[in-house]
Design a protein around this ligand. Structure first.
Ligand code: ARG
Length: 591
């Protein structure tokens, strides 16, 4: 917003003084950066209505406007080009360095935004499908922090579903839980020491396979699930112990991805208000029975989608795009939708957020639309509260199909992280660096995150580790490398950092790249997608690279000029570090 608004205001005032409609004056970054920095197409749009030639109107508008900050010119057929003077660019650069937000514009009305992402499930090992939610969610949350909002984050553990019943049933059958089922057992005092994460990682998949072929087993697991949901002992205590074990592992996994949560609440924390939630629907006659289950109709009138007719005389049929939400199962068990609705009730009781943002695979979009509609019609979410679902696409392998192991199995989350760390490690040693796990993790994970976030969030993308890890190109490591290079310059400079004083084209380009980066924060904030920030960060890093290649900074003999150039280095470093932080990527000191 810096400068764009300033220029717009100048042109608006002029338009007004000429009796033109000043509301329509819009200034944007130039799409011909070799000609100018900003452009305005107002004269092209308005000339006809005013009975003038566009070029004449453009000339009238800019008459007498050029000053020591901006150079306005009118070019055929009627564009207005604006160049920022070096003096003004220097001022802008200095104000960015001095600003505690480094120039990122702050929201006018601070909002409290609740982020629900991560979505790990207890007892189920995290896999490749769990990578994007913490990547996208963490970045969106940080973007809100950077823009000045208050944020709250909750992982919303899947700790209440069939997987818990299945796991406990399997553990019981395999003899792990005998002590818990002995008569008079002091359940609380018992430990499930022999049940380790490795055991869980074996038992759940085993049970999950068996349930598909063994009906008896499945219905027993359903029963166990219900016992847990109804806090029946010893099931509930066993469940709590397993949950604790899982959460530790889950936290470690998220740590590897620089992702953290204010709360580790789970679906089960909605337990206390589930009955109350269902009652709200029943009391307000918003639910009906259907085949023994309780459902809420959430389809809206007029949103029926016509099914194409096979022949002319066939009556028009419609398919309903939004199926009813099931809030209670035939066996009385609670459902995913019910826990999500009840969780909104709790969040509005405990936190009263202005907005709740969910980040999941886009295959859950119908689920969230149903949940949101249920909450609105039942008054569980006040009208003014924004409920947002950000659905992301799939991470695919190079063959364009969902990423799988060679044998066609699901790739584990940890294996992906290890692969990234190993590949980064190899790269570093090729470049003559010592082995360093933390450095390799920062680079490897940063590479994946940058590769992921460079895409528009809803799109599928290809996980291409070689491309992500390239040290030059639109990659995380390239940005990290630029910062490391600047660190090295600053440490060797033996002259103190002065103030930015733009004198060359390369410096002009850097300040313009910073303005674009600052505007990318706003665009990404509006769009809930980080791709614009990735691109702008890369553009700034590559503008710096040109500056570095064309100017001898360290060997510059003019001390003042040198200190000015160091100030440019510092400005770029701070801006890149902030952008990386926002993306959830660590910077590195050296590389
Ligand atoms: N645990 C769920 C899964 O693995 C994701 C949870 C997303 N958040 C929510 N509030 N439903 O699919």
């Amino acid at each position: 917003m810096i400068l764009k608004n300033e220029i717009e205001n100048i042109l608006k005032q002029k338009a007004k003084s000429l009796g033109c409609d000043d509301e329509k004056v819009v200034v944007s970054f130039s799409n011909r950066p070799e000609l100018c920095d900003f452009q305005c197409n107002y004269a092209m749009m308005m000339a006809k209505a005013l009975g003038k030639k566009p070029i004449d109107l453009a000339n009238e508008l800019i008459g007498g406007l050029t000053d020591e900050s901006f150079e306005f010119s009118a070019v055929m057929p009627g564009f207005i080009n604006i160049k920022i003077t070096d003096k003004k660019l220097s001022e802008v650069a200095r104000s960015v360095v001095q600003d505690k937000h480094l120039g990122v514009s702050q929201v006018e009305n601070k909002r409290k935004v609740f982020f629900d992402y991560g979505g790990a499930n207890v007892a189920k090992e995290l896999h490749v499908g769990h990578l994007r939610s913490p990547i996208v969610g963490e970045a969106l949350k940080r973007l809100h922090i950077v823009k000045g909002n208050e944020t709250i984050s909750d992982v919303h553990l899947g700790d209440y579903g069939l997987q818990m019943g299945l796991t406990i049933l399997q553990l019981k059958l395999d003899g792990y839980l005998d002590k818990f089922f002995e008569d008079g057992a002091k359940i609380d005092a018992l430990e499930i020491k022999n049940v380790t994460l490795d055991v869980l990682n074996e038992e759940y998949p085993k049970a999950s396979k068996r349930k598909d072929v063994d009906k008896e087993f499945k219905s027993q697991a359903d029963e166990f699930t219900l016992y847990i949901q109804r806090h029946k002992e010893p099931y509930f205590t066993i469940y709590k112990k397993i949950r604790e074990l899982s959460v530790k592992e889950i936290e470690n996994n998220y740590d590897l991805l620089n992702t953290s949560f204010d709360y580790y609440y789970g679906e089960s924390d909605a337990y206390d208000v589930i009955d109350k939630t269902i009652q709200i629907f029943v009391d307000n006659k918003l639910a009906r029975e259907s085949e023994g289950a309780l459902v809420v109709d959430v389809a809206r009138e007029g949103e029926h989608i016509p099914i194409p007719k096979k022949s002319e005389d066939e009556p028009q049929r419609y398919k309903n795009p939004m199926p009813p939400a099931i809030i209670k199962k035939y066996n009385g068990g609670d459902l995913y939708a019910t826990t999500d609705i009840a969780t909104i009730l709790i969040r509005n009781r405990d936190f009263v957020p202005d907005e709740i943002v969910y980040i999941t695979d886009n295959r859950q979009s119908t689920h969230f639309e149903q949940v949101f509609r249920c909450c609105k019609i039942a008054g569980i979410s006040p009208d003014e509260q924004k409920l947002t679902h950000i659905g992301f696409g799939t991470m695919n392998g190079k063959d364009g199909k969902p990423f799988k192991t060679r044998a066609g199995g699901t790739v584990k989350y940890k294996d992906v992280v290890n692969m990234l760390v190993d590949s980064a490690s190899k790269k570093l040693s090729e470049n003559g660096m010592e082995k360093d796990f933390e450095l390799a993790r920062r680079i490897g994970v940063g590479a994946m995150k940058f590769g992921d976030l460079s895409n528009t969030v809803e799109k599928d993308y290809v996980f291409d580790i070689d491309k992500f890890l390239a040290f030059d190109g639109k990659t995380g490591p390239y940005i990290q490398y630029t910062i490391a290079r600047i660190n090295s310059i600053l440490s060797k400079a033996n002259v103190s950092i002065g103030k930015v004083d733009v004198q060359t084209e390369e410096e002009q380009k850097i300040v313009i790249a910073i303005l674009k980066l600052l505007s990318a924060y706003d665009v990404c904030y509006e769009q809930y997608s980080m791709n614009g920030l990735c691109l702008a960060t890369f553009d700034l890093a590559s503008a710096f690279s040109t500056f570095y290649n064309n100017h001898k900074i360290l060997s510059c003999e003019d001390v003042e000029r040198k200190s000015n150039m160091l100030a440019v280095c510092q400005l770029v470093k701070l801006s890149l570090e902030k952008a990386l932080w926002t993306l959830g990527i660590d910077s590195v000191e050296k590389m």
